[in-house]
Design a protein around this ligand. Structure first.
Ligand code: ZN
Length: 413
């Protein structure tokens, strides 16, 4: 599937050293240094195209865009893959509710998502892969699990035995009871009769009446959610035999830690015999006015609505950057208003010939990002530079700062 247009990323002005990136690894709960490499493999879970693109999506894809941009700035190549869950229960339910086909619904939401990612200046993935177009490789991944004896059937549906992976549970670090509770909440079926272990993951759902299905050696049906990401990541980010891990970074929102990323990792390990990802990185959730932002509460804030109400997309990036990416954020409309005003001030200062010194700001920007993407500090430094410039300080080079901001922060001003 086509992603969205490639973006020009300016070079960082010469003379700045780019330290190794340190990020919070969910699997260790520690901030760890990502070892210097010439090439990184980044997999970020994509949307289920039935409600695109709300601020939670924007916050998540912004985080991985900043990581992508930083790793590129170190001189490395970044291979970046994202999936689209373009067949799944919520999509079928929403399409039935709205009396359209699931294909039409998916297409319209994917188009909207691509437009929003373009507006938000997110670097596109090298491979943007839908489940439907990846069906043969997902079927082949399920077949590998079957051949290795890691599956069993319940009334024609196929389940993966999560304890085939001795490390099951080590990335999310949850107790059995916590896993059970979250699994039940997030679409799992721990109470289904016939399962060997309540946490076992569905990898193939036999076709139900009135639902779409695809031919496979194990019957007509469709894949479970977690196996699609295992299959797409392993196929499009192939590792060499020297690589200790299948990929370098598995990313997504913190609501994917369990069960999605745990299950995908266990399935991938059971297919390859290699640990799946070196790092698991998660973006916090975005709430609204003191409440959780969710489809069921009907209080989702959409990127396209913010933009159509007159705010520029860069103000969304700026507003989200004011917070620690790994913490939940409570959104309020005033945040976009103040961000828009600050972006305007920054733009005005960057258009001046005489500006406050920029070298120290660029250095601070780089070192703050390297420190677990401390974007809140980046914003603080830039606001300080705006004040200094307005107060008449000189000696800086606006063009260089502008390039660094575009390159590393993705703020095209
Ligand atoms: Zn995924």
């Amino acid at each position: 599937m086509n992603g969205w247009p490639l973006l020009y990323v300016p070079e960082i002005p010469a003379g700045y050293s780019i330290p190794e990136l340190r990020l919070l690894n969910t699997a260790t709960k520690e901030i760890e240094t990502i070892p210097q490499k010439s090439e990184y493999r980044l997999y970020v879970c994509g949307i289920t195209p039935y409600d695109a693109t709300h601020l939670g999506h924007a916050a998540t894809y912004l985080v991985f865009d900043l990581i992508h941009r930083y790793l590129r700035a170190t001189g490395a190549r970044v291979r970046f893959v994202q999936n689209i869950t373009d067949i799944d229960d919520p999509l079928l339910e929403r399409a039935a509710r709205d009396s359209i086909t699931w294909e039409e619904l998916a297409q319209s939401q994917i188009d909207l998502f691509r437009g929003d990612m373009t507006d938000l200046h997110i670097l596109p993935p090298d491979f943007y892969m839908g489940v439907v177009e990846s069906m043969s490789l997902i079927i082949s991944a399920v077949q590998k699990l079957i051949d290795a004896g890691h599956t069993y059937k319940v009334n024609g549906d196929i389940y993966f035995r999560v304890h085939s992976d001795p490390d099951f549970g080590t990335r999310s670090k949850l107790s059995h009871d916590q896993m059970m509770e979250i699994f039940r909440e997030r679409g799992g079926d721990p109470d289904r009769v016939g399962k060997e272990n309540p946490l076992d993951a569905l990898v193939w759902l036999a076709q139900r009446p009135g639902e779409p299905g695809w031919e496979s050696p194990f019957g007509i049906g469709r894949p479970g959610w977690h196996i699609e990401c295992s299959a797409i990541a392993l196929n499009f980010l192939q590792s060499s035999s020297d690589d200790e891990y299948s990929i370098d970074i598995q990313g997504g929102g913190s609501d994917l830690i369990f069960p999605h990323h745990e299950m995908s990792a266990s399935q991938s390990f059971s297919i390859t015999g290699k640990p799946f990802s070196r790092f698991y990185v998660h973006a916090g959730m975005v709430g609204l006015d003191g409440q959780k932002m969710s489809k069921s509460l009907g209080n989702l804030v959409f990127v396209s609505k913010i933009i159509s109400s007159g705010f520029e997309p860069m103000a969304i990036r700026w507003a989200l950057m004011k917070h620690s990416y790994d913490q939940d954020v409570m959104w309020h409309h005033s945040m976009i208003e103040s961000a828009a005003a600050e972006i305007e001030e920054l733009r005005e200062c960057l258009s001046r010939v005489d500006v406050a010194p920029t070298e120290s700001v660029i250095s601070a920007l780089i070192s703050s990002l390297s420190n677990n993407l401390d974007t809140a500090h980046v914003v603080k430094e830039l606001k300080l530079w705006i004040q200094e410039t307005k107060s008449g300080k000189t000696g800086g080079h606006a063009g260089e700062l502008s390039r660094a901001i575009d390159s590393l922060l993705g703020l095209a001003l």
